[in-house]
Design a protein around this ligand. Structure first.
Ligand code: 8YV
Length: 330
């Protein structure tokens, strides 16, 4: 029998996934549920045939330069691969895979939750009940803003952006998008979507902006201070992609000045630290903040684990894994 590959998993995964991995591979699991230190990551990279990291593991040049010759595959448990220096890995002959497709619907659902929560003051309302501040119905109390009939601008029309567009259309919003390429005409027709070649022009016209592009060198602070200023003061912004796509400091300044109506954020520039000024804005009801929960469902995590397993098995059988990251994707 072939020797089983040594697969090092950096974090605790759902039991069903861990059990299956133990059956298939010589699996080394992280028993404590905490991020690995850099020293532990280096140790893992030195010994493993396959490394399974998550967003909390930075697989940078420092780690990769100390990786052992055996390390041939990094099968990321996650869609975004911004935690991994993919070009350096590839230059060292290491293949990188991710887990696309299985967290699309969950992330789109959470995006809608934020898109409703901020304008409709969901958290304000919950807080009022919990703090016993409800003195009875009033025609002018707890008024938010309507989202139906409003324009939604999607930045990044991939799987998740498209899933958000479908939901938002059903909520009566009109769909606009900016993307590197135009999507297929059939999809544009289905969504009655308008393509904006210019992100700047789209930003200036939208009521809600939702971010769904990957974090790559090209998208770092794509929503820069200059671009955020193009948005209408009545507009909202939602981010369930990556914190670094948005200039958070500039966003805070605009919210404080009343130059933007509100923000729903599931991701931050320095996770798990949250900018205290952003935290302070939760009290004004202008922002709703979530701790990176976009894909956090039991089903999603199990599906992600299965994707990781398929990628490892295919690779070990000498074939190209289905979710290999290509340089053109970065
Ligand atoms: C994960 C995510 O929680 O897949 C992604 O890109 O942001 C989340 O779904 C995380 O990446 C796990 O590594």
């Amino acid at each position: 029998a072939k020797k089983k590959p040594l697969v090092v998993v950096t974090r605790k995964l759902p039991d069903a996934v861990e059990t299956r991995m133990r059956e298939l591979f010589d699996t080394r699991l992280n028993v404590d549920d905490r991020p690995m230190t850099q020293a532990e990551l280096v140790e893992a990279a030195k010994t493993a045939d396959v490394l399974v990291p998550t967003i909390t593991d930075k697989i940078d040049t420092a780690v990769l330069s100390q990786a052992g010759d055996k390390l041939r595959l990094i099968a990321n448990f996650g869609n975004g691969v911004d935690n991994i220096d993919v070009p350096t890995a590839n230059n060292r002959g290491i293949t990188v895979t991710n887990t696309p497709g299985v967290l699309t619907e969950d992330t789109a659902d959470m995006t809608m939750a934020l898109m409703l929560a901020v304008p409709r003051r969901l958290v304000d309302g919950i807080r009022a009940i919990e703090q016993n501040e409800w003195n009875g119905w009033s025609p002018t109390w707890m008024l938010g803003r309507r989202i139906s009939g409003k324009r939604l601008g999607i930045v990044g029309m991939g799987r998740i952006g498209t899933a958000v567009a479908r939901r938002a259309k059903a909520f009566g919003m009109s769909i606009h998008y900016h993307n590197r390429r135009r999507v297929a005409s059939g999809l544009e027709e289905e969504l009655e979507a308008t393509y904006w070649d210019s992100l700047d022009q789209m930003l200036a016209r939208m009521d809600v902006i939702s971010i769904h592009c990957p974090r790559t060198p090209a998208t770092y602070h794509l929503l820069s201070a200059r671009r955020l200023k193009l948005m209408r003061p009545e507009a909202y912004i939602v981010n369930t992609a990556r914190g670094e796509v948005l200039d958070e400091t500039a966003l805070v300044r605009m919210l404080e000045a009343g130059d933007l109506a509100g923000a729903g954020l599931d991701v931050f520039e320095q996770e798990p630290a949250v900018n205290p000024k952003l935290m302070a804005l939760t009290r004004t009801g202008q922002v709703v903040l979530l701790p990176h929960m976009g894909s956090a469902t039991i089903e999603g995590r199990v599906d992600m684990g299965e994707k990781v397993i398929i990628n490892i098995r295919t690779f070990m059988d000498g074939h190209r894994p289905p979710d290999r990251i290509l340089p053109s994707m970065l």
